[in-house]
Design a protein around this ligand. Structure first.
Ligand SMILES: [Zn+2]
Length: 150
């Protein structure tokens, strides 16, 4: 396996610390993977700047890469652009966020669809979520609290 293929492979196994079982690839954090003279450089996009998870993700990526015998050394960078949006989520990422973490994605028009029952009766409850990245909303139909990914 080439160093580049090994890097792709390794990144698939790096989970976001906030969403165990969901890889940073499916979350759309990986923007570029390059290899030059045995050094693999990975460019990541933060989902939300200032997230405390960022340091952890970079460390996990570096660890996953250096564990591969094909990769001599690596660099992990956070890129200032492009800006992350929910469009970057893979289909699997979307499904798993909704099903396993009851995370709802805000539509372009600002409305919310309940990830549990699928109704449009989700309303924002407070801006204070588990982390600064997310907020909690409430579904009037199934009476579940859901997390809104901003
Ligand atoms: Zn619901």
């Amino acid at each position: 396996m080439t160093a580049l293929a090994a890097a792709h492979d390794a990144l698939r196994n790096v989970d976001d610390p906030e969403y165990p079982g969901l890889s940073i690839v499916d979350l759309g954090l990986v923007e570029e993977i390059e290899e030059r003279d045995g050094v693999v450089t990975v460019g990541l996009i933060p989902t939300f700047s200032g997230c405390p998870a960022l340091k952890m993700i970079a460390a996990d990526v570096a660890e996953a890469l250096t564990e591969r015998p094909e990769i001599d050394s690596c660099q992990v960078e956070w890129l200032p652009a492009p800006v992350w949006s929910t469009d970057r989520l893979s289909d699997l990422g979307r499904q798993r966020l909704a099903r396993d973490f009851t995370v709802v994605l805000r539509r372009k028009d600002g409305t919310l669809r309940c990830p549990v029952c699928g109704s449009d009766t989700v309303r924002d409850q407070s801006m204070a979520g588990p982390t600064r990245c997310r907020s909690i909303a409430w579904c009037d139909s199934c009476r579940n609290a859901v997390e809104v990914m901003r």
